[in-house]
Design a protein around this ligand. Structure first.
Ligand code: ADP
Length: 546
């Protein structure tokens, strides 16, 4: 073989912040802090402080490969940890603070974290872990001396003291691009959480895909609001994509309510925002109750929605009330997370809003780097005809090949594909549509009913705030759909009206056998409907006809 003669430069996370500091030194990172005020700094500041942090970590005895944990909201110090920890060769382990304390304890011990950095708001949580996480040598509060909390934790360190006075003359080590850079645990709605270990190479490649025009099109002109937390799959890679592109970043801290998010969008002239459907639900409710005119006040052009399916009504409201285009995206922790993005093709120019919304309901097309296939229960490939639903498998350089410290081999199929646990269709244009989690599909008389399609049809009703569909036991059909609905405040809706509304919107044999109204639905730590808990809640429920 004749080898190419191009330079073999490793793809390193440190190179992203170096690039941003060189090319976009004055571009801003705006953070709402846990202490309260809005904080402004630049990529040049982050670069400098990141080097100080790396010096400090070295002084604390952190060595390459060791895990450094964070329990923190989106903010500039968290961003510094993204670059400081990974840049020096250690592994940034971002923990979801919404997990149960026992899960956090399990995760910290499983990851063998040596340091724990945390936001002011999590003092109580960390106190409750004291004595249970023996591997953690020191805890660092991500604040300055003036805001250090009174608390019982021994030897607590202060972030600003730690990095203040340190030299910023730190040179980033030239690492092997395949070494681990960060670690993120899946939320473990079933069984123990599993660790997904990203590498420098996978993170940089993923970032390129995110920046690409037919990816999420992150560029220097954007002001990007990261509503998606930095503890949820690296905030979908945005801290890296931001530095790669020089985008201005807005980090909302702990305030994720509708009013706070709206305020940031307006005051910081946000052009692109990313988050899961539940946060957008809160934003839209705020717009309604406060009777706001987002079209006139905001310059939001695009909203990236992923993590759960973006209902058509949500895309429609962003289009009509905000003049913003919803970019539906799909992925998972095991995929860094980006898999598909729902952008339009040239031949879609001139579509009516209705026609466009029908496309935007789909999760989109695979970005370059991600290969997808559909298979049946026996692993046989299924056609991409937009009709046939099958298990969705993926492979690519930012897809996991195993879980951290997991003995179980054989995660991938013989061709190297990873089973996402999702059920989907793919059409001739490559647009993928998630119809369910394989655990959640409703198996009615040997056929599959998509709970997601039913939920999306139900939330199109103006009186429905949120809806969930689970399978309930049925004598004849094994399972039939049960629709569980949260009404909007003041919304009037009966079982009969709801069922009538669904007629003609879904196949007639999909129409749920019953509708139950509840005050709220359970959610997982990442804001998804908690189907497992719902099934538990309704385990004694009997369908009227069963
Ligand atoms: P968790 O930690 O809760 O598992 P992930 O982000 O890894 O969080 O969850 C990934 C799963 O979320 C996917 O396998 C899929 O089921 C669901 N998901 C993600 N994006 C979408 C989407 N756009 N539409 C429907 N489901 C989605």
């Amino acid at each position: 073989m004749l080898k190419g003669l191009m330079q073999d430069r490793p793809l390193l996370i440190s190179s992203l912040i170096e690039h941003a500091a060189r090319l976009h030194p004055r571009r801003e990172i705006v953070s709402r802090t846990s202490e309260g005020p809005i904080h402004r700094c630049t990529y040049a500041d982050i670069d400098r402080r990141t080097r100080q942090l790396a010096s400090a970590l070295t002084a604390l005895g952190v060595t390459p490969g060791q895990r450094v944990a964070t329990l923190a909201w989106n903010g500039y110090r968290h961003m510094e940890l993204y670059y400081g920890v990974s840049g020096m060769g250690a592994v940034l382990h971002t923990i979801n603070p919404r997990l149960f304390p026992e899960q956090i304890e399990y995760i910290v011990n499983h990851a063998e974290d040596c340091l724990l950095f945390f936001d002011l708001g999590f003092v109580g949580l960390v106190e409750s872990l004291a004595g249970k996480i023996p591997g953690v040598r020191a805890c660092v509060v991500m604040t300055d001396r003036a805001h250090m909390p009174e608390c019982s934790l021994p030897g607590l360190l202060c972030y600003e003291d730690l990095i203040g006075g340190r030299s910023d003359a730190y040179d980033w080590p030239v690492l092997d691009e395949n070494v681990a850079s960060s670690l993120c645990y899946t939320s473990g709605t079933t069984g123990n959480p599993k660790g997904v270990l990203y590498s420098h190479r996978s993170s940089v490649l993923h970032s390129w895909a995110a920046c690409a025009v037919d990816g999420l099109a992150i560029g220097a002109a954007e002001t990007v609001l990261l509503v998606v937390p930095m503890f949820h799959v690296n905030a979908w890679g945005m801290p890296y994509a931001g530095a790669m592109s020089g985008a201005r970043l807005v980090l909302p801290g702990p305030a994720l309510d509708g009013a706070s998010i709206y305020g940031l969008m307006r005051d910081e002239q946000v052009t692109l925002a990313l988050g899961v459907p539940t946060v957008w639900l809160m934003l839209l409710q705020h717009v309604d109750t406060a009777r706001l005119k987002p079209r006139d006040e905001l310059c939001l052009r695009r909203v990236v929605i992923g993590g759960s399916s973006a209902p058509r009504t949500m895309s429609e409201r962003f289009a009509t009330d905000f003049s913003a285009f919803v970019v539906h995206a799909w992925g998972m922790t095991e995929m860094s997370p980006l898999g598909t993005v729902c952008n339009l093709l040239p031949r879609h120019a001139g579509l009516t809003l209705e026609e466009r919304l029908a496309i935007q309901e789909k999760q989109g097309r695979a970005v370059y780097g991600v290969e997808m296939k559909l298979v049946d229960d026996a692993g046989v490939r299924l056609p991409c005809d937009g009709e046939t639903a099958g298990h969705l498998l993926v492979r690519g350089p930012w897809v996991t090949r195993g879980y951290y410290r997991d003995a179980g081999a054989g995660l991938l199929d013989p061709d190297g594909f990873f089973d996402t646990g999702d059920v989907a269709t793919i059409d001739a244009d490559g647009y993928m549509r998630i119809t369910d989690r394989s655990k959640d599909v409703i198996k009615s008389g040997g056929e599959w009913i998509s709970s997601i399609a039913l939920e999306n049809a139900a939330v199109a009703h103006p009186a429905v705030a949120e809806a969930a569909v689970i399978g309930a036991a049925h004598d004849k059909w094994q399972e039939r759909p049960l629709l569980i609905v949260v009404r909007k405040p003041g919304g009037e809706l009966t079982r009969e009206l709801m069922l009538e509304f669904l007629q003609g919107r879904v196949a007639s044999w999909w129409i749920p056998d019953d509708v139950v109204f509840v005050d709220q639905l359970p959610h997982t730590a990442t804001g998804k409907l908690h189907k497992l808990k719902l099934r538990e809640m309704f385990k004694d429920y009997r369908l009227p006809a069963a």
